[in-house]
Design a protein around this ligand. Structure first.
Ligand code: G3H
Length: 229
């Protein structure tokens, strides 16, 4: 099982270090087959020792250059970062990343051998049109994405469940994951209001290979409670 924490625009260098120190103490008894990823803000990227993988929430698909406000490969290399989130709905909807840029990022970081957690998800109005419409939308988000890439992990995150405290229903997750998995043979995470109260039922669903957690990962106690569920 994969447990990934996306801090989004939360935590600092200091609080991330404190979080990871506390996490390390708890991971000693982690199931060996489980993997833990932490995606802190870019300002907190650094070399950290521990049984977890640190990843970048975002980066520009260039080594370096005139890209004001961005970080690129050079800045990730400095801290040995080789894992990245791409396609998160907040990058798509708030930061305006279109599929062309997302695919460009995917191709670039794939060419550099990065492990990629690639995010897809639909808005409520798409979900309300039914499963067939949802699937057409989700599959459209794979345009330009190599689904056979061996370092690819996919995260299905219904946008209407993100940050709402209400995850998708078990049957919705089961059905969507089952259909998606007909299109690729890669780990598939669920994200969208995962928390200690629902982690057991969500990770028990066939086709769920892990979770990508936002709000409920911000406190180390909550995140580790889910890892040891
Ligand atoms: O990347 C994490 C997802 O956006 C889920 O966020 P959430 O757990 O706060 O709903």
């Amino acid at each position: 099982m994969i447990f990934a924490a996306n801090f989004k625009m939360n935590h600092t260098r200091a609080s991330t270090k404190a979080y990871l120190d506390a996490l390390n103490q708890k991971l000693a008894s982690k199931r060996s087959e489980d993997r833990v990823f932490i995606f802190p803000p870019s300002t907190a990227l650094d070399h950290y020792d521990g049984d977890f993988t640190i990843g970048a929430q975002n980066a520009y698909p260039e080594k370096n250059g005139a890209f004001t406000g961005e970080i690129g490969l050079d800045q990730l290399d400095e801290f040995g970062i080789k894992t990245i989130l791409i396609g998160h709905s907040e990058r798509r909807d708030i930061l305006g990343e279109d599929q062309a840029l997302i695919a460009q990022k995917f191709s670039y970081f794939k060419s550099k051998g990065f492990e990629i957690i690639y995010c897809i998800g639909e808005a409520l109005e798409v979900r309300e049109e039914g499963e067939d419409t949802v699937m057409v939308h989700l599959l459209s988000q794979f345009k330009g994405i190599d689904l056979a890439y061996e370092k690819l992990i996919i995260a299905y995150e219904p946008i209407w469940a993100i940050g709402t405290g209400r995850s998708a229903k078990v049957e919705e997750i089961a059905s969507t994951h089952s259909t998606l998995k007909k299109h690729f043979d890669r780990p598939l995470l669920y994200g969208g209001s995962v928390k200690p109260a629902n982690i057991k039922e969500i990770t028990a669903i066939e086709g769920v290979d892990g979770v990508l957690v936002g709000s409920a990962s911000l406190e180390v106690e909550s995140f580790t409670e889910m890892i040891f569920c």
